[in-house]
Ligand binder design. Structure first.
Ligand code: FAD
Length: 375
């Protein structure tokens, strides 16, 4: 009898589950890339400046690579973050944003720090000169934009902005920072006069902007080749809907139970109106693929009005919350509310495979009428 995981999943023609770089390679690569400009700068053998300036340059170089790598981390690239999971990659993206903010914030302050004594107003005057220097304008723009970008992301939920508008502004800010930051580095960076370091910054900026082009242009173009249609939309509990789609032509997407897609219902593939939902149907049910969706905000509160026949596009599958690689013979699933959706997909797949090992479900819902799939 098979263990819970991969062998069973493979029988169902799957899984897409955890493809991508191993986490150790990913973290080692990330660390190495962050240190590369510092190493390239050290190899130049330039005479050392005062400790504040060196610290300022070192920190901002590390911070700036981290900033450019944010484009890749948030880029939904399965080859990159498939194994660690896009959700963890996004969490890392959010946490590292604080380090980037700190390094960028400190950059001019550390330059001015030696002038604090004996007269602190000298430091203020130095800062003033930096911020008004035409030569440093692109750097000042990148500095201000970074200082705005991070709080706007952290406090997104409190802004009177629709998610899609926020996402657009977040992307545009990031592109502006990448362009102005690289311009600043190449024009006035102490170490960037060196050909290798300049080439590194140019290559990193091209990769970052390429990642952006992939998300907003190449991916939407690729999705055009695989349209889906809504085949049913039924209420499964109070404020809970099950929307099913099937491909208009060709094969349905391969996925592993537990994964999710960004679902676009009735919009152009270039639209930003897409939302992440877990599959609640099993791979064994393909070509029918279903999502269990709770009415909660602007988009989901209208989900019941999505008509059969509406065109849909799916970006995915993403996520590593799957059974793949698990060797246990039985399982206990714990779910709350609509978080039951991905677990329902796993249970349905185990049932389709006639899995005979013990499986238990602990399911909680604060609202009796919203309990999903009672039957
Ligand atoms: C990996 C993942 C899987 C999910 N699976 C399911 C599921 O199976 N069933 C289900 O009902 N819900 C699921 N959700 C939650 C679902 O995506 C949100 O409820 C939905 O996007 C809210 O959209 P809204 O416009 O109705 O609400 P809004 O009021 O606009 O947004 C509410 C909150 O949802 C988040 N959100 C909104 N739009 C997006 C977006 N495009 N991308 C990411 N986050 C967004 C934001 O944090 C926002 O503050 C999942 C979320 C994630 C991240």
């Amino acid at each position: 009898m098979p263990a819970l995981s991969a062998r069973g999943a493979k029988r169902a023609g799957d899984p897409r589950a955890p493809a991508g770089l191993p986490p150790t390679v990913l973290f080692a690569g990330y660390g190495l890339l962050c240190l590369t400009p510092v190493i390239l700068a050290a190899l130049q053998g330039l005479p050392a400046r005062n400790v504040f300036r060196e610290l300022s340059s070192g920190l901002v170089m590390v911070g700036y690579v981290m900033m450019l790598l944010q484009f890749l981390l948030s880029g939904r690239f399965r080859w990159l973050s498939g194994r660690v999971g896009i959700d963890r990659a996004m969490r890392f993206h959010q946490v590292t944003a604080w380090a980037i903010l700190a390094f960028v914030l400190l950059h001019p302050l550390l330059y001015a720090a030696p002038r604090l004594a004996p007269d602190p107003t000298d430091a203020l005057a130095a800062l003033n000169r930096m911020f008004s220097s035409p030569n440093l304008r692109s750097g000042v723009i990148a500095w201000w934009l970074t200082i705005l970008l991070v709080p706007l992301a952290v406090f997104r939920d409190r802004l009177p902005l629709r998610y899609e508008l926020w996402r657009l502004s977040h992307g545009l800010f990031a592109v502006a920072i990448a362009l102005s930051g690289t311009l600043h580095t190449l024009r006035v960076g102490t170490y960037s006069a060196d050909g290798w370091l300049a080439a590194f910054w140019i290559a990193a900026t091209i990769v970052a902007l390429g990642a952006m082009a992939h998300i907003y242009a190449i991916n939407p173009l690729l999705q055009l080749a695989s349209p889906y249609r809504v085949t049913s939309n039924r209420k499964v509990a109070d404020r809970m809907w099950e929307v099913a789609v099937e491909p208009e032509r060709g094969h349905a997407m391969r996925f592993a139970p537990g994964q999710f897609v960004w679902l676009n219902l009735g919009h152009s593939t270039f639209s930003l109106t897409e939302h992440p939902f877990s599959f609640s149907s099993a791979p064994a049910d393909r070509p029918r693929m279903a999502f269990t969706i709770k009415e909660s905000g602007d988009f989901t509160s209208q989900i019941g009005s999505i008509a059969v026949g509406t065109r849909a596009y799916l970006d995915g599958p993403h996520g590593n919350f799957t059974l793949a690689g698990r060797r246990a013979e039985g399982a206990v699933f714990i779910a709350g509310g609509v978080g039951f959706a991905p677990i329902m997909s796993m249970l349905r797949q185990l049932k389709a495979e006639r899995h005979a090992h013990p499986v238990r479900l602990i399911y909680g819902n604060r609202i009796d009428t919203q309990i999903l799939y009672r039957d």
